[in-house]
Design a protein around this ligand. Structure first.
Ligand code: AMP
Ligand code: ZN
Length: 119
């Protein structure tokens, strides 16, 4: 399925729901997270609907590669020029809330907290 009418991120891709755009090309859209958890917090998504990494296969190799290949340049353009964190929450255990694959890019100038607590 390349677009799901019930999917909030597909509706952002189609322009039905507005976003603050960071980048757009034929395959990929990047936009600021509506509830940022860091000074820089944006999402990079494939324009074609795929629910999560659990649904990805070899046919998604190019777009997955492009998402990661874009991350550094977009992060620097947003001011995260001294490092950033990339998170892809997947499925129930991963705490995914929106079931359209997305990479979070989080940064700013302060060091981010540990990825997971050891306790
Ligand atoms: P996840 O838990 O990885 O599925 O994260 C979903 C993210 O999407 C959250 O950080 C939300 O703040 C963000 N989000 C949900 N709706 C919107 C929206 N309409 N525009 C921008 N970000 C959104
Ligand atoms: Zn979607």
């Amino acid at each position: 399925m390349s677009s799901d009418p019930d999917c909030i991120f597909c509706r952002i891709v189609s322009g039905t729901i507005p976003c603050r755009k960071v980048h757009e090309d034929a395959e990929i859209l990047a936009f600021h997270d509506a509830h940022p958890l860091a000074p820089v917090h944006f999402l990079i998504i494939p324009k074609h609907h795929v629910a999560s990494l659990l649904e990805c296969d070899d046919s998604h190799r190019d777009v997955l590669g492009r998402i990661l290949a874009l991350a550094g340049r977009l992060a620097v353009a947003q001011g995260a020029d001294d490092g950033f964190r990339t998170i892809i929450n997947t499925g129930r255990v991963g705490g995914q809330e929106v079931y359209h694959l997305h990479a979070h890019i989080l940064g700013g100038h302060e060091r981010l907290p540990r990825m997971l607590s050891r306790t």
